[in-house]
Design a protein around this ligand. Structure first.
Ligand code: SAH
Ligand code: SF4
Length: 393
């Protein structure tokens, strides 16, 4: 009989599991705190649990970490871990330290089925959803490894922010995502505020509504284009969830969101989506003046411009720095808040959209992508460029 993985459970599920063993809720809280606050996996070392309970736990459940393949530390303090999730699949987790916070970028799937044109995870195709335990094992490992590395005092936190911006589309793994978010937010778990946990999505409108109802946290939407034609090409699920649906879902989300804006991510692709006219179209889109959306549908937002991280099969190039700045200027002159994501971890390959290059390519997915490229001529198609990667906070 395989053991239950307690990392799969939020506090309510741990309480139900303990109730099944005849234990009171406060014992479940103790157990949950040992696991997530102290990083303890060994029941024997949970010294304030009664011996009888420790014995019951030992035969039935475990705290199952992900096998770690590697850890790379950048000169700027960025740390990248690769974890083995079986069957040749690898997922990546990245820690980005800044003066006032420490952000962990977590993966939600091995591969991704959305297949965005500019994303190497998308090019690899979809392998499988991670379980709640596998999502949380990344945080569990990172928090406790960092506490040791940084020599933090008991009670001090290494990770203050989580972004679901690693491999995968988190909302396509909704059932596993929500309990994981609950553990991140739980005061007996990681105690992170809703404003400091961000779900990034390529735009699944109906699931944005569900997230608002089930577990509203900060929302980032990967936009990348201000009209449906281009977005259909760059983010294929736009054909199912066009901009008008997406922006309506964003508007509804803001009614319950912990922040009063949505972050729009916009990956800057040379000659594809980075012209002055496209910047103005973006201004119109978020201000309810786009032909693609309902007139007057305005979305309070911040726009995060991400310089594209090239990878060999993309056929795309990063926008030149001056172009990114000119694009940002148009947004700012129109009164929008626009940031340009800065380079981090560039000596350890901790790149946004280039994650876990070691994951085996899935031939079918690659063929699919090639077919798609054959019918959608995006300009310009340059020879593959490999340059220094970046990672964002
Ligand atoms: N699937 C989710 C979250 C993971 S991707 C989403 O798409 O939002 C996290 C961010 O990295 C997204 O904004 C995505 O557009 C961006 N990204 C993907 N590939 C990239 C690349 N090659 N260069 C720069 N950013 C990239
Ligand atoms: Fe998937 Fe996000 Fe990459 Fe698109 S950008 S393929 S949704 S991980």
């Amino acid at each position: 009989m395989s053991l239950v993985n307690l990392l799969d459970f939020d506090l309510e599920a741990v309480a139900a599991f303990c109730a099944g063993l005849g234990e009171k809720r406060f014992r479940a809280v103790q157990l949950f705190r040992w696991i997530h606050q102290k990083g303890e996996a060994d029941f024997e070392r949970m010294t304030d649990l009664a011996r009888a309970l420790r014995d019951k736990l030992a035969g039935r459940c475990e705290v199952r970490p992900l096998p770690r393949i590697s850890e790379h530390v950048s000169a700027d303090g960025t740390v990248k871990w690769l974890f083995d999730v079986g069957a040749g699949n690898v997922v990546e987790t990245v820690f980005i330290p800044e003066d006032d916070r420490g952000t962990l970028c977590i993966s939600s799937q091995a591969g991704c089925a959305v297949g965005c044109r500019f994303c190497s995870t998308g090019h690899q195709g979809f392998s499988r959803n991670l379980s709640t335990g596998e999502i949380l094992a990344q945080l569990w490992h990172a928090e406790h490894a960092l506490r040791q590395r940084l020599n933090l005092a008991a009670g001090e936190r290494a990770i203050t922010n989580v972004v679901m911006m690693g491999m995968g589309e988190p909302l396509q793994n909704y059932a596993a995502l929500v309990p994981a978010l609950k553990v991140m937010l739980d005061d007996h778990g990681y105690g992170l505020s809703r404003r400091r946990v961000t779900v990034s999505t390529s735009g699944m409108a109906r699931l944005i509504d569900r997230l608002r109802d089930d577990c509203p946290v900060a929302l980032a939407v990967s936009l990348h284009a201000a009209d449906d034609d281009l977005r259909d090409h760059l983010v294929p699920l736009n054909r199912k969830h066009p901009l008008d649906d997406l922006l309506h879902a964003c508007r509804r989300y803001l009614d319950r969101a912990p922040r009063d804006f949505v972050t729009f991510e916009y990956c800057m692709l040379d000659g594809v989506n980075d012209s002055d006219a496209q910047a103005r179209a973006l201004v119109d889109l978020v201000n309810g003046r786009s032909p693609c959306t309902t007139p007057g549908l305005r979305i309070p937002c911040k726009i995060n411009l991400i310089p594209f991280n090239p990878f060999p099969q993309s056929g795309l190039k990063r926008s030149p720095r001056e172009r990114v700045q000119a694009f940002a200027r148009i947004l700012r002159d129109a009164g929008l808040v626009a940031t340009i994501r800065k380079t981090r971890g560039d000596d350890i390959d901790a790149a946004c959209g280039q994650l876990a290059g070691e994951v085996a390519d899935r031939t079918n997915a690659r063929e699919r992508m090639q077919r798609r490229r054959a019918v959608i001529p995006l300009t310009p198609v340059a020879s593959p460029v490999v340059s220094k990667p970046e990672v964002g906070a």
